[in-house]
Design a protein around this ligand. Structure first.
Ligand SMILES: [Zn+2]
Length: 138
C-alpha cells in the first residue's frame, strides 16, 4: 500500500475512532487527549483508558458490559492506526497477504484478509453453536 492510500485510511480511522468514542460517551476526554497527541505528532502513545472509567463498582461493571463490543472496535482501530505508523497497514495479520481493497474500504480497521476472516468466523460460530445448544436445553 502506498503512503497516500495509507494516509487516506488513517484519516478514516481517526474519524471512526471519534465516532466510536462518542458512542462510548467519552468523546470529550479522549478528544482532548488526541489533540494533545496530534500536537506533539505522536500517534504511538494513543492509550486505551476503558479500565479507568467509572468510580463505583456497579457503574464499572455496567460500563464493561456496554463497551465490550464497542471497546473492541476501538481497540482494533487503535491497532490499525499503529500499523499505519509502522507501515504494516493493509496486510493480513494471519497470512501476511494484502487485505482486499474493497474490504478495507468497508472496514478500515480490518486486520485479516477475507479468507482468514471467514475461517476465524467459522471457528467462533462453531464455538457459539456449542454454547447455544446447552442454553437451549436450560
Ligand atoms: Zn489472510
Amino acid at each position: 500500500m502506498n503512503k497516500r492510500d495509507a494516509q487516506k485510511f488513517e484519516a478514516r480511522l481517526i474519524e471512526e475512532r471519534k465516532r466510536c468514542l462518542k458512542e462510548l460517551g467519552q468523546l470529550e476526554n479522549e478528544e482532548l487527549m488526541i489533540n494533545q497527541k496530534e500536537a506533539s505528532g505522536d500517534l504511538s502513545s494513543y492509550s486505551f483508558h476503558m479500565a479507568d472509567q467509572g468510580s463505583d463498582t456497579m457503574e464499572r461493571e455496567k460500563n464493561v458490559f456496554l463497551v465490550s463490543s464497542k471497546g473492541n472496535d476501538l481497540y482494533e482501530i487503535d491497532q490499525a492506526l499503529l500499523r499505519i505508523k509502522d507501515s504494516k497497514y493493509g496486510s493480513c495479520l494471519h497470512c501476511g497477504k494484502e487485505i482486499e481493497r474493497e474490504r478495507l474500504e468497508a472496514m478500515p480497521h480490518a486486520r485479516l484478509c477475507i479468507k482468514c476472516r471467514q475461517e476465524e468466523e467459522k471457528e467462533s460460530r462453531n464455538n457459539r453453536h456449542g454454547e447455544s445448544l446447552i442454553s437451549d436445553r436450560v
